[in-house]
Design a protein around this ligand. Structure first.
Ligand SMILES: *Cc1c(COP(=O)(O)O)cnc(C)c1O
Length: 364
């Protein structure tokens, strides 16, 4: 084994400490917030767990909105910290109805925190972020939003809406590395977090992480994950060069084209118009078609289709158009592959019409 082979990823230089703060500022600009940004040298699910663990304590009542398997985790983390949790579940694999949320707020007036996912990658639905946050804000309820998938692909105006904690990862719409994540914390969220009873001397403690802010945002505690932060900077360079507005349009266009392409194949898009994620488009397979057999029929094409995840998504297939995949080639390839799989299973599919439906959204 030659150990002297040069590789740019070996012996990476340290990440310049003064650039952690700049990275946080750039993420804050994407979220359109002046709230504090905390950085995590871990995948985004850890940042989600840290947010819930840092808010949870005996005496705190939270509403957990469940629209995918992630929701069950949120509730578990809150309960583990001693919080009282009201679970508000949508129909399986469906978005929550904003009216159900306001009814739950009214039924539980002592609620201090609500947590939910913005755009679901598990089943392709979009929750009514604006309505939920407005209703929470009117009642002084702190909002925690899983925006890991949505950031960059959906409008997410943290300060204008009043989102208290937005948890993000660069690996989805921002097309960046998966080993870093971040969250924004509002003053109202800090007030809950700094109250007696939260975790300390724990990697999940946001209060511990606040020391980084208070110390002027130099190097992160522990050994810096330099490669991840260089990769994040590169992703941010590309994202900013394109522009957030253009990236959003690109994702919306991919979602629309995928949807229309599927409809032209005779497939049934799962999410209602306006309640569909821009990151993945899900379709419900015809009755009697097994998702595994369907995906196996298209596996040789090496496109980006996968089974839905979680309860209610057993019969769903996801067409991925997240990040760099939010483009003509990926959407066209996925829609055509969907048609090919239908045909291989003996069903009808007009692939030419579906391709034309996709192309119509990219005619320029
Ligand atoms: C991907 C994703 C996560 C988890 O992120 P990981 O970094 O992969 O653990 C959380 N929530 C949503 C909505 C996601 O799409």
């Amino acid at each position: 084994m030659p150990f002297d082979r040069w590789n740019a990823l070996n012996d990476a230089p340290v990440f310049p400490p003064e650039r952690f703060g700049l990275v946080a500022d750039r993420l804050g600009r994407i979220l359109r917030t002046r709230n504090d940004i905390l950085l995590f040298q871990t995948e985004a699910v850890v940042a989600l767990e840290a947010a819930t663990a840092s808010l949870a304590r005996p005496g705190l009542k939270a509403i957990n909105i469940v629209t995918s398997p992630f929701g069950a985790w949120f509730g578990g983390w809150l309960r583990r910290g001693g919080a009282e949790v009201v679970t508000l579940s949508a129909e399986p694999a469906r978005p929550i109805d904003a009216k159900a949320v306001t009814a739950a707020f009214d039924a539980h007036p002592e609620t201090k925190v609500v947590i939910f996912c913005h755009a679901e990658s598990a089943n392709g639905v979009l929750n009514p972020l604006e309505e939920i946050v407005a209703a929470a804000r009117a009642r002084g309820i702190v909002t925690v939003v899983d925006a890991v998938a949505s950031v960059g692909g959906h409008a997410l105006d943290v300060d204008a809406l009043g989102v208290d904690i937005a948890v993000i990862g660069p690996q989805k719409s921002l097309a960046g590395p998966a080993g870093v994540s971040a969250l924004s914390v509002s003053p109202a969220a800090w007030a809950l977090i700094t109250a007696e009873g939260g975790p300390r001397e724990s990697t999940l403690s946001l209060l511990d992480r606040k020391a980084w802010l208070d110390a002027g945002r130099g190097a992160l505690p522990g050994t810096s994950a330099a490669l991840e932060f260089f990769a994040l900077e590169a992703a941010l360079d590309r994202f900013e060069a394109e522009g957030p507005a253009a990236a959003l349009v690109r994702h919306a266009q991919a979602a629309k084209a995928a949807r229309e392409g599927l409809i032209a194949l005779g497939a049934q898009p799962w999410a209602a118009p306006g309640r569909a994620s821009h990151l993945v488009t899900t379709a419900r397979l015809p009755d009697g078609v097994d998702a595994e057999a369907f995906l196996a029929a298209a596996a040789h094409l090496d496109t980006d289709m996968s089974p839905g995840v979680g309860p209610g998504a057993e019969n769903l297939v996801r067409l991925n158009h997240t990040g760099r995949r939010a483009c003509f080639e990926a959407v066209l390839g996925n829609v055509a592959a969907y048609g090919i799989a239908l045909r291989k299973l003996g069903l009808e599919a007009d692939i030419a019409t579906a391709a034309a439906a996709v192309a119509a959204h990219y005619a320029g």
